[in-house]
Design a binder for this molecule. Structure first.
Ligand SMILES: Cc1cc2nc3c(=O)[nH]c(=O)nc-3n(C[C@H](O)[C@H](O)[C@H](O)COP(=O)(O)O)c2cc1C
Length: 134
């Protein structure tokens, strides 16, 4: 079974709820991004990184700083992206996925939820957690 890191940033709890769903299915612990060391990427086999749409369809700045430090360390290991949004169309996730892919990250899936994750989103996140842990 793979050792999975679930790392997230959340202001009002929606992306945190998504992280908890992935982590519980993956047998992992959801880790708030400020307590995650990019050097510890080497200790995990698979990853789920979560951040809501902030700014104008952007990642949170503190999250992005840690994410950027992790990118060169992923190698070909599988990475899933997730996050919550409100009034947009998910543009921030498309931009994030494209820039990650361009940087050579092996993005295996992206899950977005409008505000609090509903049952359908939780199902997707649970399936994702199981897949990462395989
Ligand atoms: C400062 C700020 C900027 C935001 N920018 C966007 C945005 O560009 N597009 C969007 O769809 N939602 C935007 N939102 C809404 C959040 O993405 C949404 O409330 C999300 O559920 C927050 O997730 P969280 O509970 O994990 O913090 C923004 C919210 C805040 C507070």
């Amino acid at each position: 079974m793979s050792k999975v890191a679930v790392v997230y940033w959340s202001q009002s709890g929606n992306t945190e709820a998504m992280a908890e769903a992935v982590a519980s299915a993956a047998g992992a612990t959801a880790t708030e991004v400020s307590t995650f060391s990019p050097a510890s990427v080497a200790d995990f086999d698979a990853f789920a990184f979560g951040c809501p749409a902030m700014g104008a369809e952007e990642l949170d700045g503190d999250f992005e700083e840690v994410w950027n430090e992790c990118v060169p360390n992923f190698g070909g290991k599988p990475v899933a992206l997730f996050g919550s949004y409100d009034w947009g169309t998910g543009e921030w996730m498309e931009t994030w996925r494209d820039s990650a892919t361009d940087a050579g990250v092996n993005v295996i899936d992206c899950v977005i939820a409008n505000l609090e994750p509903d049952d359908e989103a939780i199902e997707k996140l649970t399936a994702l957690g199981k897949r990462l842990a395989e």
